[in-house]
Design a protein around this ligand. Structure first.
Ligand SMILES: [Fe+2]
Ligand SMILES: [Fe+2]
Length: 300
C-alpha cells in the first residue's frame, strides 16, 4: 500500500485554509481606496475617549479643532508603528520561508502574508502622507531594537510579536471602522487591515503553539522575559510623542501626562487584552517577568 507523499499535518491544513481564503478575498488598497477624496474637515481619527490625553487638563486646554487634529496625528503615529512592525515581520517571515519546504502550504501562506504586509505598509505610508502625519518613524531605540528583532527573532518570539501587535492594532481598528463619525479614510484603511489580519493572527497562533511546545523550562523562562520586553517596547512605540507637537504641546510633558492618564492606561490594556489572555493561557506570560507588564499597565 502506498502512502501519500503529500499528507499534510494539522498545521499545514490551517495554512491551506488560510491560503484559500486569501485567494478569495484580498484587497488592493491602490484601487480600493479613493486616495484623491478630500479628508473630512474636523473629523476625529479615533474616538475621543481613546486619545491619550482624554480627560486630562492638557486635553481640556485644547480647542475642538485641536483635539480632532491630535486624534488624527495619534492615529497616524500608530499607523507608522504598524509599518515599523510589519517590516520586521516580513523579514522574519522571509527567514521562515527560507527554511521551509517550498511545496508546503505553510511556506505558501508565509509568502502570501509577506505580500499582504507589503500592500499594508504601502497603504499605511500613503495614509500617513494624506493625513500629513508628523510621525513617520519609530524612536531611535525602537529603530535599533527592530533591526535586531527582524534579523534574529526565532519563531516563538516572531509569532508572539505578530500576535501582540496585530491584536493591538486590530482592537483599535475594529473600533474605528464601526464608528461612522470618524474620518472615512481611517475607517477604510482599518476595514481592509482588520479583514486581512484575521488570517495572519490564525496562522501566528497555530505556529506559536507549536514553537512554544518545543521549548524546555529554561528556554521558556528566557522567552517569557523577551516577550514581556517586546510587549512593553511595542506598546510604547504605538504612540510616538512627537505626535503632540502638531497641536503645540511639549512632547515630554504630554508623554508624562498620557503615561499617568487612567483613560489611556485602560485603552492600552483593553486593546492588548486578547493577546494577554492568550499568552496567559499558554503560560507565555507568568513568573517574575510579569512585573514588566504590570508596570506598563498591560496586566493586573
Ligand atoms: Fe498588516
Ligand atoms: Fe499582519
Amino acid at each position: 500500500m502506498s502512502t501519500t507523499t503529500n499528507s499534510h499535518s494539522g498545521r499545514d491544513r490551517v495554512a491551506e485554509r488560510l491560503q484559500r481564503s486569501s485567494a478569495k478575498q484580498s484587497y488592493d488598497p491602490d484601487v480600493d481606496i479613493d486616495w484623491d477624496a478630500p479628508l473630512v474637515d474636523g473629523a476625529y481619527g479615533k474616538p475621543p475617549h481613546r486619545c491619550s490625553l482624554y480627560g486630562t487638563p492638557l486635553w481640556e486646554g485644547l480647542s475642538e479643532q485641536q483635539r480632532a487634529e491630535l486624534s488624527m496625528q495619534e492615529l497616524s503615529a500608530s499607523t507608522a508603528s504598524g509599518i515599523w512592525f510589519e517590516l520586521m515581520l516580513m523579514q522574519g517571515l522571509t527567514r521562515y520561508a527560507y527554511s521551509a519546504d517550498p511545496t508546503s502550504h505553510r511556506a505558501h501562506y508565509a509568502l502570501t502574508e509577506i505580500a499582504d504586509e507589503c500592500r499594508h505598509s504601502t497603504m499605511f505610508g500613503k495614509a500617513i502622507d494624506k493625513i500629513d502625519g508628523n510621525v513617520r518613524r519609530p524612536s531611535r531605540y525602537g529603530h535599533r531594537a527592530g533591526k535586531v528583532f527582524g534579523a534574529v527573532a526565532g519563531p516563538t518570539l516572531l509569532f508572539a510579536g505578530a500576535i501582540y501587535v496585530e491584536e493591538l492594532a486590530d482592537a483599535m481598528q475594529r473600533e474605528i471602522m464601526r464608528d461612522e463619525s470618524l474620518q472615512p479614510l481611517g475607517r477604510m484603511v482599518s476595514r481592509i487591515h482588520v479583514l486581512e489580519e484575521a488570517r495572519h493572527i490564525s496562522f501566528a497562533k497555530d505556529e506559536l503553539e507549536r514553537a512554544w511546545r518545543s521549548h524546555g523550562p529554561l528556554a521558556r523562562e528566557a522567552i517569557r522575559w523577551s516577550i514581556a520586553g517586546m510587549m512593553v517596547v511595542a506598546t510604547a512605540e504605538f504612540l510616538h510623542p512627537k505626535a503632540y507637537t502638531s497641536v503645540g504641546l511639549d512632547p515630554r510633558e504630554a508623554k508624562r501626562v498620557a503615561g499617568a492618564n487612567p483613560h489611556w492606561r485602560r485603552t492600552k490594556a483593553d486593546w492588548a487584552r486578547k493577546a494577554v489572555e492568550l499568552f496567559e493561557g499558554m503560560g507565555i506570560i507568568g513568573g517574575p517577568s510579569k512585573r514588566l507588564l504590570r508596570r506598563a499597565g498591560l496586566v493586573d
